[in-house]
Design a protein around this ligand. Sequence first.
Ligand SMILES: CC(=O)N[C@@H](C)C(=O)N[C@@H](C)C(=O)O
Length: 755
Amino acid sequence: MDSAGVDSATEEEYATQSKLLKDFMSIPSIDKAWIFNSCSGPQAMVAMSQANLLANKRRKFMLSGHISKESNQPVNFHWAPFPTEMTGASAFVPSPSGLKLLVIRNPPEKESPTKFEIWSSSQLEKEFHIPQKVHGSVYVDGWFEGISWNSDETLVAYVAEEPSRTKPTFDHLGCYKKNNSLDKMDIGSWEGQGDWEEEWGEAYAGKKQPALFVINVESGEVEHIKGVPRSISVGQVVWSPNSKDSAQYLVFVGWLGDKRKLGIKYCSNRPCAIYAVRLKEPKDDANEAFPLHNLTKSISSGYSPRFSKDGKFLVFLSAKTAADIGAHWVAESLHKIKWPSDGKLTGSIDIVDVVQVVNCPDDGSFPGLYGTDLLSDPWLSDGHTIILSSYWRSFRVILSLNLQSGELSRVSPNDSDYSWSILALNGDDIVAVSSSPVSVPEIKYGKKVLDPAGKPSWQWSNIQKPIFKCSDKVTLGLSFLQFKIIKVPVSNVSECLTEGAKRPIEAIYVSSSKPKENGKCDPLVVVIHGGPHSVATCSFSKTLAYLSSIGYSLLNVNYRGSLGFGKEALQSLSGNVGSQDVNDVLSAVDHAIEMGLADPSRITVLGGSHGGFLATHLIGQAPDKFVAAAARNPVCNIASLVGITDTPDWGFFHAYGDKKHYTEAPSPEDMSRFHQVSPISHISKVKTPTLFILGAMDLRVPISNGLQYMRALKEKGVEVKVLVFPNDNHPLDRPQTDYESFLNTAVWFNKYCKL
Ligand SMILES: CC(=O)N[C@@H](C)C(=O)N[C@@H](C)C(=O)O
């Protein structure tokens, strides 16, 4: 043993495992793409990223290329010889004509300015530094992001953090200074804290007041758009269609954050609406105040606004089912409203339902929209069809939706066992990325073709590059892997269950294709996603592929409550967490054992967040089933979580199955119920050695939840190991964290599976 308590054999194992894991970690991902039409034909720009372990950041880079698309010839991308590193840029937003590129660089430090750069095809045209007193960082991801060029490419609307409110100041005698005048020369004076302002929770540290701004890209002048009250947090801004006879509006999503800003990350259930604010024109009276129009008053949620190409209607998504029932994510619906040609937003606005939530989809039929991804310009040339990505059972798929007829069809190949996401449109053709649990992401090109009846479909071909050159060991490891979807009948089907809740669940089973020695199965890792309203898809995960390539089979379980299977199956979990979801996972494990896919003496479990809730429940409720567990930021005790998490409503919803019980002042009965549905209530039975991987900055499941459970296990003499990442929040996905946590997970599982 060395001073760190690691024996030389274990050290050797860490060293060996780290070499392969490092190779997996360096596999890039394909994040975004843009297509530009130039005089020499379409050009592509593809944004990719790769873990930079040493810097503990993601390295971002861009590959550009020319697309040649001659009739009867396969499509070809002629890529530049090397990608260009783009680290330091927070957002890239090409102008509608493709002639200008806006690059935004958010301040690395609190005091520094936000930089706006306008690039032409050959050089930097303009650069503006916007000081903190105008606004803080621009929102570049998540719910609030919105950066939008106007049609004549002179203005860009965007969302940025409103400057902090001025703080009280005190002089060297300790007296309050009027007018908040802090003079740096006034030695001994200091700035107080002032009123506390709530932030938007997990992943939004320091983000309190997303507000609307417009920058003039010629002069660099920035206008803070007035007329939006501070009680509304703004996101996803777009310009209304421009015509010389009608007023110009900014259309955006607003969330009310006046009472309490409940955490919004992973939470589509936060009520929100689409608003329009009219912009002042030079002829307008400077003192005239324009009203703010709520365009979606009649429903509890509206977001992702997109104007049709002819400007006649506005399409948007809604998570009204989630907002109404209180579940954090359910299926989305899609709607449209007519945009008045004269720009006069008066009277009531009719909302037309285009895609509704699906309650109980048949196998093979459309299950509803989930985690829908709409491009900023999702329209085909017919002007009424949009292309989007969504979850469909255990896959991500690409869909086309005709807004006139409401017809919805699957555009990514029906027979594909890969997941597909849209990257960009090239006219009516689609640039997509696809991957599977055993194959790294690849770019695919879908060429639109019409059948004799004029019905469109897409013919898919591979793009020769970027093909990620994995190390030989990774390539070899992946080449021996296979996967399939297993249908698992659910147990305890009672009459009171809805039809959708009685249907079999799915689990993705990944295994080695090598013949088994003496028919013996590889050890199994049961992988459990969080949420609970999230989903495991047939797509590539570097860390899970690493675990399979070192000799584990994986069983990734989509228990009832997962997205992509219809509303009835999802909603059946409400009020039944800790029992129905636990039983679903156990049914999947037992099913795998019965099918001869798992060795009952070598089963481990791995899950994060709600997946950690299930992992810790499982080792309590099925103490003889699992030889080792790894819990990542697990929810272990809802009673001690509700007072400190950014989403206390999550605890109430899952314990009671409705949103009416939620209060900031839980009663002793509430606390007792929270305890009863939590893993901590089964702690006396646990004997499984458990690895805890915890992020000290997690606001969703604060570290104390995992630490309390871990200490309780230690008190009982159960073997535990704890890794704490001081600067990580809920996802534990910073490169060094991802690396160290999966290295330890492998070594921990190997120890108990005798691998
Ligand atoms: C809604 C939510 O954040 N729930 C958490 C407890 C959770 O399970 N998070 C998921 C999204 C995760 O995988 O981290």
